[in-house]
Structure formats: C-alpha cells, structure tokens
Design a protein around this ligand. Sequence first.
Ligand code: GDP
Length: 362
Amino acid sequence: SLKCGIVGLPNVGKSTLFNALTQSGIEAANYPFCTIEPNVGIVEVPDPRMDALAAIVKPQKMQPAIVEFVDIAGLVAGASKGEGLGNQFLANIRETDAIVNVVRCFDDDNIVHVSGKVDPIADIETIGTELALADLASVEKALIREGKRAKAGDKDAQKLVALLEKLLPHLNEGKPVRSFGLDADDKALLRPLFLLTVKPAMYVANVAEDGFDDNPHLQRLRELAAKENAPVVALCAALESEIAELEAGEKTEFLAEMGLEEPGLNRLIRAGYDLLGLQTYFTAGVKEVRAWTIKKGDTAPQAAGVIHTDFERGFIRAQVIAYEDFIALGGEAKAKEAGKMRAEGKEYVVRDGDVIHFLFNV
Ligand code: GDP
C-alpha cells in the first residue's frame, strides 16, 4: 500500500509527531498488506461519513480506510553527498509515495535549532536542495547510460534523454521535478529513475500551542506553499502527543475544553491520504460498513478489484448511490425508490464517497 514519508531537519518535532501517530495507530498484524517496521505507523483515516452511514445502516462492524506513515530520520545538509545517514535516508525516502515535510514554526530557546535560528523557509530550502541534488545525480547517471542507447538508435532512450536534458538545468537550480510540469507520459518515462522530488509533497507546520494565529513563521510557510501549490497542515506536535496518550473519554473532554472538534492529527492523516492520490468508496451493509481505498480516477472494475481480484475480472456492473443521496434519503432502499441508485458500467469513474454494490460473474 502507499506510504507517506515524514522528513524534516533534526529537532523540528518529527519523532514527537510520529509517536503521536503510532499511539493513535492500530495493530499492523491485522493488516497483512501493511509493512511491519518500527518506523512505520498505520493509522485509520478519520472520516465522519462512516458514522453518518452507520447511523442509517446500523452495521455490526465498521472498517475505516487506513494509511501508512514512515518516520524517515537522518536528513542533514550534505545528505546527498552521503553525509550523516545520508545514503540510508535517501534510500528510505525512495520507497515512499509522498513526502510530508515537517517544518519548525515554534520558538523555544530550550530546543536547539540545527542552523541556529527558526527559519522555515531556509529549512525548506536545505531539504529541497538535498533532494534535488540527489535527483541531479540520478539524472546525470541516467544520461550517461541512456545516452549510449540513444546513440545506438533506441527510440525510448532518445525520448528519455531529451526529457532528462530539459530537467537537468531545473534540478541544477535546486528546483523539484514536480514543479517542472510533467505530463503523464513524461512521468512514465521517468519512473525507472525513482526520483525523489517528483513525489507529491506537503508541509506540516509544527507550531506552539498558541502559535496558530499571528505566527510570522507560519505565515511565511503558507506563502511559500501557496506558490508551490502544496498543502499545509498546522499543528502542535507536543500537544498532539499529549492528546494521543489520553483514554477515549478523557480525549473527548480535553478536546472540548480546548474548543477543538478533533485532534490536529486527523487533519494530517486526511491530507496525507489525499496527497497520495487516494480516495474512498463505501460498501454499506448490515454486516459491515466499510471504506475501501482506491486511486483518484479509478474505474468501477478497478474499485471492485480492491475487494477481490475476481470482482474485477468478472465485473458486470456497479449499483452506485452518491454519498449525499444515501444520507439525505436515508439509505439504500429509499435512495433506490427515489431513482438515485444508478447502474454503472466498466467505464464509470468512481467518485469519492460513492456507496457501491457490485454485480459480477465468478
Ligand atoms: P526530531 O529530531 O525532528 O524527531 O524532533 P523531536 O520530535 O525529537 O523533537 C525535538 C525537541 O523538540 C524535543 O525536545 C521535543 O520535545 C521538542 N518539541 C517537539 N514538538 C514541539 C512543539 O510542538 N513545541 C515545543 N515547544 N517543543 C516541541
């Protein structure tokens, strides 16, 4: 399954955040397709729609979607030259599908900042430069290798070389591949290179408890992120780790006292899921209300394949009720009566929240 890698300079609050995630996480053993490693946290995707569906269907069981976060330690300036745990760091990040960049946006004289002062923009540049330099090295190596094949007349190699030659100056400026404006074909060509800066990225601003408003660090980060079209989640990692340690009852009480509807982690988890290009459709029966994870753009047969490969192979059609209709009309029977249950075929692109029942041949 797809994973978000958590990166950031030392002392920005990564471990604190990761511990909060794993505290509120679930047993990996129940999810055979997940990675069981100390640095991988598996968390349920908080989705209020599940509760709304359950209130109507009254199922025996609920099964939310899950997403994986990987704690990737060891980023320091010079990582791309193998400094610190540089090589291991880059290898770990290569195995993730999206990058969650934790940035320190709190002032605290007791906690050392690696470069001497709190400066989110400089920190982001440090990280961005290391990743871009690592990609630059990959591109240069590939140019040598593919250049020979291109000269020998290999058409695919010629296409790749042309693309790499355009990418080279972009990376040389320390810019990420994702900002180059690649189309789907370009991305497919580049896939074998396992570049780092092509992965989607977002920022987590680690702020002080009272640092959500009037915080110049956060403001600068937001401005930068807006230019990059990157999402920002602001939270206080220290507070999140305290919340994560509370029992369910205490947690509700604590959040209410703070005037919060949910922990900040929930926003992070949903943003991570979205960043990975994932979305949810539901099956809603009395036995179980379940959230199934698919990629944005997946068709009905592909969505069926997530339940079982036989469902994809033998797909006949999908009976689909939009989430809003299901809730507004009060369930499947009434939605059907109102003509809101659609029969969709092989070409149907599933929408986020669709409540689906598949018909298939075995
Ligand atoms: P990492 O090196 O990025 O994994 O950072 P850690 O999670 O180990 O945090 C570094 C230090 O910053 C620790 O002493 C944390 O207690 C402290 N810290 C983490 N998050 C916060 C926060 O939100 N506010 C404050 N004041 N300190 C924090």
